[in-house]
Design a binder for this molecule. Structure first.
Ligand code: MN
Length: 226
């Protein structure tokens, strides 16, 4: 061990379904505007391709962790997303080899300070604080997976009421395309999580609300805003 001036921070990690070992998180990448109906509800059009942003690794909120309503917003939004967890790395990975990097999948929520995001967009400033705040990435346990990516329903309920209900096949960029595109920008490594974008139906969360999200065949998560 090197001699650090103080103890290094804890390693962010996510449980793996049915296993004792944890999945150590290296980076969290996210895809923006990857479902056509969500692009339209955000005021976008269908011409520009999806794009990437990131959250800090320690923004991950593993199962069982409640999420404090974040500071500096009065419009906290949910974005229910399929999360690809990588078990291998690579740069400039061709799409037809990209699924070989996948360790498994999880259900995740890309929490967003929507009011800040819109304000930054108007001022043409970076979005960072609207997406990368503490515990902004609640996630289920990771389910190990090989073969074609999940294709079922993706849905989110708030207080028992359905807010988002779509199909993973509605994605603009598929999982292998996302991995291929991301690997042109960064060398991907095992431990990376990729949030693959949200379908339509995003909306506000309030203190005390219970959020439940489920992806068919993958898993479910629930957390409370406190
Ligand atoms: Mn998102």
């Amino acid at each position: 061990m090197p001699d650090y001036a103080f103890d290094p921070p804890p390693q962010p990690a996510v449980p793996i379904l049915g296993e004792a070992a944890l999945f150590p998180v290296r980076r969290i990448y996210c895809v923006g505007r990857n479902y056509a109906a969500h692009r339209r509800e955000m005021g976008g059009d269908d011409r520009n391709p999806p794009f990437f942003f990131a959250k800090p690794a320690d923004a991950v909120a593993p199962p069982g962790v409640d999420v404090p309503y974040p500071s500096q917003t009065s419009d906290l939004h949910h974005e229910m997303e399929l999360v690809a967890a990588l078990g291998a790395g690579g740069a400039n990975v061709p799409a037809d080899a990209a699924l070989g990097l996948v360790f498994g999948y999880a259900a995740g929520v890309d929490l967003t300070r929507r009011d800040l995001q819109r304000a930054y967009q108007e001022k043409r400033q970076p979005w960072e604080a609207s997406k990368g705040f503490d515990l902004a990435a609640p996630i289920s346990a990771i389910r190990r997976w090989s073969g074609p990516p999940p294709q079922g329903r993706i849905r989110l309920e708030v207080g028992g009421k359905v807010r988002q209900d779509a199909r993973l096949t509605d994605m603009i960029w598929s999982v292998p395309e996302i991995i291929a595109e991301a690997s042109k920008l960064w060398r991907l490594e095992r431990g990376d999580l990729i949030f693959t974008g949200t379908p339509e139906g995003v909306g506000p969360l309030e203190r005390g609300q219970e959020v439940f999200g489920e992806i068919e065949g993958v898993g479910a998560l629930s957390f409370r805003i406190v």
